[in-house]
Design a protein. Sequence first.
Lengths: 401, 401
Amino acid sequence: MSLIVQKFGGSSVRDAERIRNVARIIAETYLKGNDVMVVLSAQGDTTDDLIAKAEEINRHPSKREMDMLLATGEQISVALCAMALEAMGLPCVSLTAWQVGIHSTTQHGDARIKLIDPDRIRMELDSHRIVIVTGFQGVDKRGDVTTLGRGGSDTSAVALAAAFRADLCQIFTDVDGVYTTDPRLVPNARKLEEITYDEMLELASQGAQVLHNRSVELAKKFRVNLEVLSSLERKPGTKVKEVTKVEKTNIAGVAKDTSIARVALVGLEHTPGIAFQIFDLLSRHNINVDVILQSIGREDSKDITFTIHRKDLDETLDLLNDNKATLHFDHIESDDHIGKVSIVGAGFMSNCGIASRMFEALYEAGINIQMINTSEIRISVLLNEEDVNRAVKAIHAKFFD
Amino acid sequence: MSLIVQKFGGSSVRDAERIRNVARIIAETYLKGNDVMVVLSAQGDTTDDLIAKAEEINRHPSKREMDMLLATGEQISVALCAMALEAMGLPCVSLTAWQVGIHSTTQHGDARIKLIDPDRIRMELDSHRIVIVTGFQGVDKRGDVTTLGRGGSDTSAVALAAAFRADLCQIFTDVDGVYTTDPRLVPNARKLEEITYDEMLELASQGAQVLHNRSVELAKKFRVNLEVLSSLERKPGTKVKEVTKVEKTNIAGVAKDTSIARVALVGLEHTPGIAFQIFDLLSRHNINVDVILQSIGREDSKDITFTIHRKDLDETLDLLNDNKATLHFDHIESDDHIGKVSIVGAGFMSNCGIASRMFEALYEAGINIQMINTSEIRISVLLNEEDVNRAVKAIHAKFFD
């Protein structure tokens, strides 16, 4: 007998028919003799509908009250799913994050899970009930409801799998696994049977929407066996684990991200600590910086170029301009019509031809590279936004056709 | 400075505009220097929508999961109301029943409040925040969500007013007070300035929809000053209190109830304890019996006639027939086309002409009386259902025109 965590996203529970489908998947797993813990997101458009309701009343509600409002979405999902399982005659119980005791920080809208109380769930599992838990949410030390931010339900599922040492954590989505690139863009993209945590992390942070980074990081830290699969088609998905079984001779995939902007501080003085000052300023305002590149400028000055999320561009420019006096730069250049294309794979270091094949594909497609950035298992290039899709197709063809 | 509890029903918070209206009423009370505790129901049709969602999945869900589902309705209301108050710059906090600690019995769908934990609300009031609490719900000893059944939000408001010794508990509805009878039926019905708890109790249990019995009982027990008023029109409502200031020379009102059915067990043996057996059987199945009348039948047997809620008729008949062998009756007669009309007033005992005036009005209207039942402050008659509205008009005219 195994303990299996199954997480279903919003589109998998969007209406009565989909909920019944989810209940059948859960029932099948349970009737094989497994203990089953289920984590659900809010139904389909529920979260958007609730946000619209809030906006009608207050354009800038407090995050505390927003969490209070949004947390109802998952509560509706778990109650309905329990009813579907009851209709099949299966013993089950729905639990909210506060009923479980999913303790989180107080950072409303983007809270972190600190600790999961095992008692209630353990009691329910010992009574052979299927346990259905609200994803995306927690409760802080005062008993206030928090939400975990983007990818929160995946994180809830992995955290529960870690806390109860589950044998497997299955993330059901509307795609049937992790692909070598976006199949909507490249029809002959291939589904990966296995992928490492590190590869998944790089793919996720490079724009692949399948799993959120936080959940993969948590899975890696606690060695949770993850599987990404479809709730609509019954076929094997992609397994995410520490080491994959075959030695890689190819990259794992091609990812793109067009939600970024580039900022360049031109003509910075050669003062020690200037980079620290810049990025400390941005981090104190919760602005995440991705690629950073420093180069020597004219006349003994230097330039620092970096990328950020596009939504943060206005705030970043304001912050930098407000601090021009202390940062001592000449002027700022920015571009929000850029995109990033990355290849990811565990075998880069032992396959030195990989990078040149990527650049060859771009050269053949006549695409200009603005910046290059590499990690042990990833190579990213910054391009004009309009070249991004063409670049993905060219690179994917070079490696997989 | 006073502590005031304000309760708003579902129609008072049904959309953004109504919620802003509610926020203005709350703000006005708070800005006069009062501590304010607000209790809200679910918005307009939310509860019905949630029930429809559940029925699509399971015709007979467990009451536990139904409570889990329905409790989201009030949580949405309190969060949105808090956002409306935030938009006005007022300090406030929304709290669910479990966050407050409104401890209840486990009887899902019809739970009773056992105890209210004062700590969290006291802390918020001490910080001069407006406290907005979900009505209709509680949390049981295991931490499961319960709902309080019909009239639950009124009960929540009165219970909070009692627990914190509030100076006033205002129940805002879509009518502006308690009337001498239903103004939709009798246009010249009059609004009562004051009414006693006992009169309100009799009116409520006789079908006046303004306040639910449980809340009035609780208000009476803890001497909570109640006021029923409109959330849409700013004018005085009806005060419900222990003793009203003027000596009554008239009845308080005329009420009707057409949701009842009559059951007669004919030809019962003269065995001691037979009435106990019958009504114990019904009470064990949560069937409430209202008027009971026992009479001598033919040949040394007796008949027992009683009224129940119409929805319980089928179950009652099944139960009685299943137990025919032990109850020893000859046959059952039942009628679900009856109605009840009642007059209520604290001065009955000292105004012996009241009953005869009521009967006179019915006689003049040519209406037949099936059964009569009286209490210290109420006289009820059972009539054919089609005579009920005519009876209310005739009686109201006799006493108030």
